[in-house]
Design a protein around this ligand. Structure first.
Ligand SMILES: [Zn+2]
Length: 694
């Protein structure tokens, strides 16, 4: 029997997941990039006997929330209350097992952040400076962060923000932007003097080089290490940690009136205050989780947060002096959707609350699809086709199929009672030995933050089970060799039991169901992660299991097509809503107007113009005559749909030939929200053809 050292060395882990910003619900990109991998890691660490604090909360300060509140005519508090509730619910729905989910508007957070600031202030860790900052005179407001956009000095992106360029990830000061523009009024800002406190990152450069570039060269992900190295090599500069704003945490020192802490100063402290809130509730000492050298601190984030978690926050922690530093920051790259960048503003996303309406109780399918295709080392694409394939070909055909066969046959042959095995054949020994190797293989992947790889190993275990059944064919031997059949079913049930335990981090809802089917809770001792590799029997003979239920079901093509159609429709509706209204044309005189002869008419006949996509040839009763008009509406209307329509016709437009057919006038059209053509029609009773419109 192998003795695994890791089992005896339980550790303390503080695992944080990026605080979601409360200006909208969360979508699949957030789940894939941060919350699913963090949850797999936290669940795994608990299963392997470690002391875990899995910490998160809503990030409720900062400029975008105030901008959204202004737009919607509500208070910033209304915005954060609304989305905090929605986001928290999504995490619960998807089985994200935070030990605490707090919010940065909580008093404990305001106190903790202010105390942190004061400590650095008293230690002279800030540089106090009166500088010229961008100012919007019309809005009577200083412009920082998202209040100002301009061209990124590094990559030339014309839509960079005052704190960061989302294109190249560079962290910026607002005054770095080329051609800055106020996001409030659109004005070109002026410069105005104001006092702020700066964290002199340049002062921490030597420490950062030593700690990250030397110390974490081997264990940090190459994408994270590479970004950090390039920033340090570019030279670090002081960063303002206060803002002239009224939404946020007041600066708690003299001269700080009317100023708040920069959201990126207070947000990561949110991990600390959320831990405090949890510890107070659970009767623990929060300092064990933040100030004990033996605690491993791991930050799960997306790549846009690397600079804050690898440079700014560690510099703050170091300057404070009593905190541990992160052991790792396994940031993911971005997830795209159907080949395009996920975008909240363009509504190009799969929102979690909507997913659950369309795919009720199928959280694990999404968790799995996002893990199996996670953007771990490069940007990756979520496609509905891949989602369907992951479900049908892996979860249904491999995992679900194996479990279903084991459970159905056990019930059919033995009324659900696990049979006594006879002596093992070589293949049984080999198979059980292979099962015992899985915990170490999956652990190794998870501990190196390779969750995709880990999820595929889990499926490989189910594959092993399927192959074993296919090779041993208990459905055939049941007629010829009862003893052999019992042994095969016993071995297969051991594999099913191992899957119930090892699937928990990845497929928590399925794991619970499977444990229920196998009646794990009625075992003398329920297996833990390490038991899979050490115990010879995971589920004993004579233990009774339940009837099965399907763990996964096939997703049909039409279900996937509906999702694709929905995405397209969302995109169109969004484009229409955001379509800029055309500016007014040049002024005309009344006489110019009276030259237009507009009449009420009715379409009598319609047919498609051969060999064209857009054109319909119409016969229209204008009251004056019946004439031919060629209209470019064939993509929006079928000929039979427009016959009988009341329309507005410009009758004195000079005739012109289209594809050899003379068009004698024009029918007035406009567009609806979705960009579809609609008739400008006088649809009122008693309005006769030929009446003038004036
Ligand atoms: Zn840039």
């Amino acid at each position: 029997m192998c003795f695994n050292k890791r089992n005896t060395m339980s550790k303390r882990y503080t695992i944080t997941a990026a605080l979601p910003y409360t200006n909208g619900p969360i979508h699949i990109g957030h789940l894939a990039g941060v919350y699913v991998p963090a949850d797999i890691y936290a669940r795994y660490m608990r299963l392997t006997g470690n002391d875990v604090a899995f910490i998160c909360g809503s990030d409720e300060h900062g400029v975008p929330i105030t901008i959204k509140a202004k737009k919607e005519g509500v208070t910033p508090q209304d915005i954060v209350d609304k989305y905090h509730a929605i986001i928290k619910q999504s995490f619960e729905d998807f089985g994200i097992t935070f030990d605490n989910y707090s919010r940065t508007s909580a008093k404990i957070h305001h106190d903790t952040a202010q105390e942190f600031f004061k400590t650095l202030y008293n230690k002279n860790e800030f540089v106090e400076e009166v500088t010229e900052q961008l100012y919007d005179a019309e809005a009577n407001q200083f412009l920082a962060d998202r209040f100002v956009t301009g061209t990124c000095p590094k990559c030339g992106n014309e839509e960079a923000y005052g704190d960061q360029c989302e294109n190249c990830g560079t962290s910026l000061n607002a005054t770095d932007l080329i051609n800055p523009k106020s996001a409030i009024t659109g004005n070109v800002p002026t410069l105005k003097e104001t006092k702020h406190w700066f964290l002199p990152l340049n002062k921490h450069e030597a420490f950062l080089r030593e700690w990250i570039l030397k110390g974490h060269k081997k264990d940090w992900k190459p994408n994270v290490y590479g970004q950090v190295k390039s920033w340090i090599d570019d030279g670090l500069r002081p960063r303002a940690v206060t803002r002239d704003l009224d939404w946020g945490i007041p600066v708690p020192v003299e001269g700080g009136e009317g100023k708040v802490l920069y959201v990126w100063f207070d947000a990561p402290i949110g991990y600390i205050s959320s831990t405090k809130e949890w510890a107070a509730r659970e009767g623990k000492n929060w300092e064990d989780y933040w100030k004990d050298e033996n605690t491993k601190l791991v930050h799960f984030i997306g790549k846009d947060n690397i600079v804050f978690h690898c440079i700014i926050f560690p510099s703050m922690l170091k300057a404070e002096g009593s905190y541990i530093l992160p052991d790792n920051v396994p940031a993911n790259e971005f997830l795209n959707l159907e080949g395009k960048k996920l975008s909240t503003s363009k509504n190009w996303a799969v929102w979690l609350p909507e997913y659950l309406i369309d795919f009720p109780n199928q959280q694990d399918v999404l968790r799995y699809a996002l893990t199996a295709n996670a953007p771990e080392s490069k940007d990756n694409d979520f496609t509905w086709k891949d989602f369907q394939a992951r479900n049908n070909n892996e979860l249904v055909a491999i995992f679900g199929n194996f479990i279903n066969r084991v459970v159905v046959l056990t019930n059919k042959y033995y009324e659900g009672v696990i049979p006594e095995p006879s002596a093992y054949a070589a293949i049984d020994e080999e198979t059980l030995a292979a099962v015992k190797a899985y915990p170490a293989v999956i652990s190794s992947s998870i501990e190196r933050y390779r969750f995709r790889e880990a999820s595929q190993e889990l499926i490989n275990l189910a594959r092993l089970g399927n192959k074993y059944l296919a090779d041993e064919e208990p459905w055939k031997t049941i007629k010829t060799d009862e003893a052999r059949t019992k042994t095969v079913m016993f071995v297969a049930l051991q594999i099913a039991s191992a899957l119930a335990v090892l699937s928990e981090p990845f497929l928590p809802f399925t794991s619970t169901k499977l444990k229920g089917i196998l009646c794990h809770s009625e075992l003398d001792s329920e297996s833990k992660w390490e038991d899979i590799s050490t115990k010879d029997v995971l589920i004993p003979a004579n233990h009774k299991i339940n009837k099965g239920e399907l763990l996964f079901s096939k997703i049909e093509d039409e279900t996937i097509q509906k999702q694709l159609d929905k995405l397209e429709a969302n995109k169109k509706a969004n484009e229409a809503a955001n379509k800029a209204t055309e500016p007014q044309k040049e002024e005309i005189t009344f006489e110019d107007f009276t030259k237009l002869d507009l009449r009420v008419g009715t379409i009598l006949e319609a047919e498609k113009m051969p060999k064209t996509k857009k054109l319909l040839v119409l016969k229209v009763d204008t009251g004056i005559d019946t004439r031919t008009i060629v209209s470019g509406i064939a993509e929006s209307f079928k000929p039979e749909d427009v016959v009988g329509k009341r329309v507005t016709v410009l009758v004195n437009l000079a005739p012109r030939k289209l594809r050899g057919v003379e068009s004698q006038g024009m029918i007035l059209m406009t567009e609806d929200e979705g960009g579809n053509l609609v008739f400008v029609n006088p649809d009122v009773d008693g309005v006769n053809n030929g009446l003038q419109i004036s």
